[in-house]
Design a protein around this ligand. Structure first.
Ligand SMILES: *Cc1c(COP(=O)(O)O)cnc(C)c1O
Length: 466
């Protein structure tokens, strides 16, 4: 301490730095409080680095302040390149929205909108009015409502129809979906009593029939989104459950999870049950997500019988779970694209990623592999190689889509792979791949903006070698 004191005089005061001409523009850009704080913090860091005989000139100090302010001005929520090979990656925000949805959401942000206002009559309207007709047209359902996400849709349906009563579910469908979404816990929070029937692998019609009674609030079927039970299995189909429910005069709710509005086989994928089919099979209510296979913003749809949707809308919880004007606008625009399924693969990013031809991905890999090889020099071996994408978010959990990627194998093993992944993550547009067998793999299926990807790579900073 005693010997550090004399060198402190080499650092200017905060005021003196703030009087520098270049700092005045910083104040205009970032505000006085933010700039003053950055000057203070910069001087504090430099004070730590002070050694007798070292002085920092004003230019060095000012550029350190600029760098600190730039870093602090970066948003925390950053756009990035999802090269994980998982098209609908929950941690990376699931669906990338269509341009039409982006435009609609932007307009809704900028302007006042007819959110709950009926322009024809000049009277109060409902949020759901903007999507009801479209959803009914696309699914064949009688009525529809929109909430925060599918978890909210399930919660609201259960709470409305089976609070204080039993909800009958097969033991094979008591799923957990990432984070804290566990079906038995959601049911408990919804106030429903879980009545499990059948076994993990086999549930029969008589299991449901035996459980029906005066306490029954509803029958629930849950799409086993993220796993598949194979082998000696039996489940009761929706048609049979619908009949049983009708006989006992209780509603049958089908939680489809991802839910799709089109037959995915037209995009070369395996068929998932569509919402329209679930309606035809006789479910009284169907719930599904807006940002899974549908390719829209985070939202949850509840479609089905008019009287039940009306009951849901009367539930005070609906208010807590409703969507805002921005997502409503994006939802409407996304749904509209489904009226022309032939152009869906061009207009809806989720579909265009899923339907993308592997040869197209392969050619992109061969264009970009040399670019990466050049940047990485002899620190790594870079090559194009086939890989497998997956849909993600619990749709077709075991199915993979043939894809193509770039495999980067750094010299120096595991630690070098971690360092390389970190370097790509700290790019202005972070690039997120997956690590497999000592290599960093970039699956290019979801890489749309190739030029931006190349430009971004110019900022790659590799750690100095050992
Ligand atoms: C994904 C999923 C949910 C939850 O949907 P979110 O949109 O993530 O809230 C509920 N049920 C099933 C079957 C799912 O697959």
């Amino acid at each position: 301490m005693a010997e550090a004191a004399p060198s402190l005089r080499y650092l200017p005061s905060v005021d003196r730095v703030l009087r520098q001409p270049d700092v005045a523009t910083l104040v205009e850009q970032h505000g006085r409080a933010e700039t003053t704080q950055a000057v203070r913090d910069t001087l504090a860091v430099l004070r730590e680095e002070m050694r007798p005989g070292i002085a920092f000139d004003d230019a060095t100090i000012v550029s350190a302040v600029i760098a600190l302010l730039d870093t602090r001005a970066q948003p925390r929520l950053k756009p990035l390149f999802n090269l994980t090979g998982t098209v609908l990656h929950t941690n990376l925000g699931r669906a990338v929205l269509a341009e039409e949805a982006v435009k609609a959401a932007t307009a809704a942000m900028r302007e006042a909108v007819s959110l709950e206002f009926d322009l024809a009559s000049g009277r109060r309207g409902e949020r759901d009015d903007h999507i009801r007709a479209l959803v009914c047209e696309l699914t064949g359902a009688e009525d529809a409502t929109l909430v925060n996400n599918n978890a909210a849709a399930v919660l609201l349906a259960l709470n409305t129809l089976s609070q204080g009563r039993e909800a009958i579910v097969s033991r094979g469908e008591l799923i957990e979906i990432g984070g804290a979404f566990r079906m038995p816990e959601i049911m408990a929070r919804a106030g429903a009593r879980l009545r499990e029937v059948g076994t993990t692998n086999r549930t029969h019609p008589r299991d449901y029939a035996d459980a029906m009674g005066p306490e029954t609030g509803l029958i629930l079927k849950v799409h086993t989104s993220n796993y598949r039970i194979e082998g000696f299995t039996a489940e009761v189909g929706s048609r049979d459950l619908a009949k049983l429910a009708r006989r006992h005069n209780v509603p049958f709710v089908n939680d489809l999870g991802s839910g799709t509005l089109v037959d995915l086989s037209r995009f070369g994928l395996r068929k998932e049950p569509t919402v329209r089919e679930a309606v035809e099979e006789g479910a009284d209510l169907i719930t599904f997500s807006g940002d899974k296979l549908l390719g829209g913003p985070q939202a949850g749809f509840i479609v089905g019988r008019k009287d039940l949707i009306a009951a849901i809308n009367r539930n005070p919880m609906k208010r807590a779970l409703r969507v805002d004007k921005i997502r409503l606008a994006a939802c409407e625009a996304t749904l509209r694209l489904y009226r022309d399924p032939d152009r869906l693969a061009q207009r809806l990013p989720t579909m265009s990623f899923l339907a993308r031809n592997v040869e197209d991905v392969r050619q992109q890999a061969f264009r970009l592999a040399p670019v990466l090889a050049k940047i990485l020099g002899d620190s790594a071996v870079v090559e194009g190689a086939p890989c497998s994408s997956q849909i993600g978010s619990g749709a077709l959990p075991l199915d993979t889509i043939p894809s193509f990627g770039i495999v980067i194998r750094p010299k120096g093993g595991g630690r070098a792979v971690d360092a390389l992944s970190a370097a790509f993550r700290s790019l202005p547009w972070p690039v997120i791949g997956r690590v497999a067998e000592g290599a960093l793999v970039f699956d290019l299926r979801c890489l749309e903006h190739e030029d931006a990807f190349r430009d971004n790579l110019a900022s790659l900073r590799l750690e100095a070698g050992p």
